[in-house]
Design a protein around this ligand. Structure first.
Ligand SMILES: [Zn+2]
Length: 699
């Protein structure tokens, strides 16, 4: 579900390594001469593994020369000769890097990962040379200090402020002693963050239950049992069944197994990870990470880590995040209490003789779901053939913005499964190229994502068109059946299509994009809203054999069931959001007992014992790998997309005028101006929380 953006300007200072540039074999390297492909798309038919490293090294060399030219300029610093010149530096590096890191996820190999490891310290040192370049920062600051006198438009002001802020946030204003301490902190922090993740991985792999009695498999489907047998085999436990702390293993077991004590044992495998007082325990690691963060951000002038992380985001302050979360918390907790009571009634009705516990929730929720909605995922799939879904996305983009998608067979691809389309405006203008890579492969990572093989900007007054990617791991076709998607997969493909449209529509003079984390899911989650609208379903959800449109009563059932268990889902998610914010709002974590801190926070919130936070502190990996004080971002974006979609509800589902406003202010401009300003320009006001509450059944 993520949006990938390779920013080579500001990468955290990690390692200092000498930048040695061997004589790169320039000759025959396709990156170093014009591509001679349609639209200058990457020449995948000629790129070989050996080309990346020398091309990236040449790219670093060129960017360093460009930076040197900026700092050596005898003329006084101006917006053009410093800020624009900096933004335009490193194009070769950016172009090669975009391709390399896209393929590292979608078409990887051990030798490719070796190249990535070789590149990491080189890039890190290269970025240090830029971020800690005093002369460069002095020029940037000189322009920034005179910003009120310069006649800059909104996009120019935003670029200047963000470039300046990027330097400051990396420590450019610190004295030498402070910079040295910052490097020490960064080094210890990066190693500890890796250790935290490694511990969680080790604990996930070593936490499992073994079943050797067939009776203990009661209630489980053949598929789940076969999977557990295969897992046992990989652990040399042939003939037995193993269930692990992986979600794909423990959730089905907790949903379907009537064996209460086994459910309890397996759930503990999951929620006790990193909390067993063994050599993989993460409590002390977490505490040290927080102490380091506190010191780092105090050094940079912030009261708490949360203040640092929130500064560039849409939410702006930790207080704004907390009050937003609180408005969701109260009604969802009420609802969850109701759900728990309903389950207790079911237990009592069966003369269970026990009180609902956290490891019982999935089992009784499943029972209730079946009784109330009787909905089977496999009944939906025939209506969601991949090709129909893809055509549905294209039709939607045509109805809203007049776009045309034309398949291109002559554009080189990195794998024969990849499909390419050129995307044109209604008047024929080329908007960009879209690469679609739908199916799982051994050389591809899991999940779904969207990125670019080349970003967009203006060169000599002309728009350089972007190359967007849409990646998934969707159900593959088999000999007799085409690819039939689950509803979840349909939502995911519309989601990633939304990210891709965002890339394609981006209309920016500059290469840098500063879209904050808590706004990037607006364009993607927005597209999900059309998926189940009856008017939209008519256009694409047709039975792959009969062509019959999905029956209305099936859709109605689906819609009703979408509110089921939402109290639980929202509460367990929000509990982790509060936890993340609380950890990063401390001024000192030095004397904090991790377990007591978490328990007290949950008690203060009134969390019921039948629900645990989705991520407990000892295995909350997000908050050490990019989502620091940022776990709330998902639901913050959801507030935006729910409110934004209401604009179509207020007019009509395919309203061209609303679509044009959304494109002009959000899709084309995100990352180039303040996100709240852009949103207000689209909606005429700030986002309201009510549509989100309504969607989750909390109103
Ligand atoms: Zn996403």
């Amino acid at each position: 579900m993520d949006k990938r953006n390779i920013s080579l300007h500001f990468v955290q200072v990690l390692l200092l390594a000498a930048l040695c540039l061997p004589l790169a074999a320039v000759e025959g390297n396709p990156f170093l001469s014009p591509y001679k492909t349609p639209f200058d798309t990457p020449p995948f038919d000629r790129i070989q593994l050996a080309h990346y490293l020398p091309a990236m090294q040449e790219g670093m060399k060129r960017q360093q020369a460009e930076i040197d030219a900026i700092t050596a300029n005898p003329k006084p610093p101006t917006f053009e000769n410093t800020i624009v010149a900096f933004d335009m530096s490193g194009q070769l590096l950016g172009d090669v890097g975009s391709i390399f890191y896209a393929l590292l996820e979608a078409a990887t190999s051990q030798p490719m990962q070796d190249v990535a490891n070789e590149l990491a310290p080189l890039l890190s040192a290269h970025n240090d040379n830029i971020n800690l370049n005093d002369k460069l920062f002095a020029r940037v600051k000189a322009v920034y200090d005179r910003r009120a006198l310069l006649k800059l438009d909104a996009a120019q002001r935003y670029l200047l402020e963000n470039i300046y802020r990027g330097f400051v946030r990396s420590g450019a204003q610190l004295d030498e002693k402070q910079k040295a301490r910052l490097r020490e902190i960064n080094k210890e922090h990066s190693l500890l963050a890796l250790k935290f993740g490694d511990n969680v991985l080790a604990e996930t792999n070593s936490s499992f239950i073994v079943i050797d009695n067939k009776d203990d498999l009661a209630g489980l489907s053949d598929g789940i049992i076969a999977e557990a047998a295969a897992t046992a085999k990989t652990r040399n436990l042939e003939g037995k069944w193993v269930f692990t702390a992986q979600k794909t293993s423990w959730i089905p077991f907790l949903q379907y197994s009537p064996k209460r004590s086994l459910r309890e044992a397996l759930f503990a495998c999951f929620f006790m990870r990193g909390d067993r007082d063994n050599d993989k325990d993460n409590k002390a690691v977490l505490q040290r990470l927080l102490v380091l963060r506190e010191e780092r951000y105090r050094l940079l002038g912030y009261k708490t880590p949360a203040d640092y992380y929130l500064e560039p985001r849409m939410a702006k302050t930790p207080e704004n995040v907390r009050s937003f979360l609180m408005r969701l918390w109260t009604p969802s907790l009420e609802r969850a209490k109701g759900e728990a009571a309903e389950m207790q009634k079911l237990i009592d009705g069966e003369n269970g003789g026990f009180k609902l516990a956290s490891w019982d929730w999935w089992y009784y929720a499943e029972k209730l779901r079946k009784a109330k909605y009787d909905l089977d995922d496999s009944a939906l799939r025939p209506y969601f053939k991949l090709e129909n879904v893809q055509q549905g996305m294209f039709t939607l983009a045509e109805k809203l913005w007049g776009l045309k998608f034309v398949a291109r067979k002559d554009i080189p691809v990195y794998d024969p499964e990849v499909r390419v389309a050129e995307v044109r405006e209604g008047d024929g203008t080329l908007l960009g190229i879209l690469y679609m890579d739908f199916f799982p492969r051994d050389n591809k990572r899991g999940g779904a994502w969207s990125g670019t093989l080349r970003g967009t900007f203006y060169k000599d007054g002309k728009r350089v068109v972007p190359f967007a990617t849409l990646n998934g791991n969707f159900t593959k076709p088999t000999a007799g059946t085409p690819s039939l998607l689950s509803l979840d997969e349909v939502l995911t493909s519309f989601h990633e299509f939304g990210h891709a449209l965002n890339w394609l529509f981006t209309d920016s003079r500059y290469r840098s994009n500063f879209a904050p984390q808590d706004s990037v899911e607006l364009p993607s989650q927005m597209m999900e809203h059309w998926v189940l609208e009856p008017e939209m379903l008519k256009l694409y959800a047709k039975h792959y054999q009969t062509g019959e449109v999905i029956p209305a009563e099936l859709v109605e059932k689906l819609k009703r069931s979408s509110l089921f268990n939402q109290g639980f889902v929202t509460v367990e998610f929000l509990a982790s959001c509060f936890l993340d914010m609380a950890w990063h709002s401390l001024e000192s974590a030095l004397d904090v007992n991790v377990t007591r801190f978490e328990n007290k926070l949950m008690a203060d919130l009134g969390l019921i014992p039948e629900i645990l936070p989705r991520w407990k502190s000892p295995y909350f990996t997000h908050i050490h790998s990019g989502y620091e004080a940022g776990y709330y971002s998902y639901i913050w974006s959801e507030q935006l997309d729910c409110d934004a979609f209401e604009a179509f509800k207020e007019t009509s589902l395919f309203d061209r005028k609303t679509a044009a406003l959304f494109r002009k202010n959000i899709l084309a401009k995100s990352g180039t101006e303040d996100p709240m300003t852009l949103y207000k320009r689209f909606r005429g006001r700030e986002p309201r929380i009510e549509p989100l509450l309504k969607k989750r059944g909390l109103l």
